[in-house]
Design a protein. Structure first.
Length: 115
């Protein structure tokens, strides 16, 4: 089993920055693809960014050029650097780990961007 714990969310003004962290425990996730998703109230959970086991990142169009996903293999942790934040980025952000047989989810961290 893999446990994922997100942190780093909070309240920030539009144009500001936050860095989210996703710390994995229970198993080394260095060989896993890792991803961030977000869910705003009343909406579906949407893809934000993914990083492969080799470190290659892909992004949703809405965050390209503003968000950067990265990982620290030694710390078993994935990050999401979010810059130039907009009110529409407000959501609960979830970390996901794609294991060989299933996907694991964290509990989420709230990000609120005020205008």
């Amino acid at each position: 089993q893999v446990q994922l714990v997100e942190s780093g969310g909070g309240l920030v003004q539009a144009g500001g920055s936050l860095r989210l962290s996703c710390a994995a425990s229970g198993r080394t996730v260095g060989s896993y693809h890792m991803a961030w998703y977000r869910q705003a109230p009343g909406k579906e959970r949407d893809f934000v960014a993914q990083i492969t086991w080799s470190g290659s990142g892909t992004y949703a169009e809405s965050v390209k050029g503003r968000f950067t996903i990265s990982r620290d293999y030694a710390k078993n942790t994935v990050y999401l650097q979010m810059n130039s934040l907009k009110p529409e980025d407000s959501a609960v952000y979830y970390c996901a780990a794609d294991g060989p047989t299933r996907r694991f989810w964290g509990q989420g961290t709230q990000v609120t961007v005020s205008s």
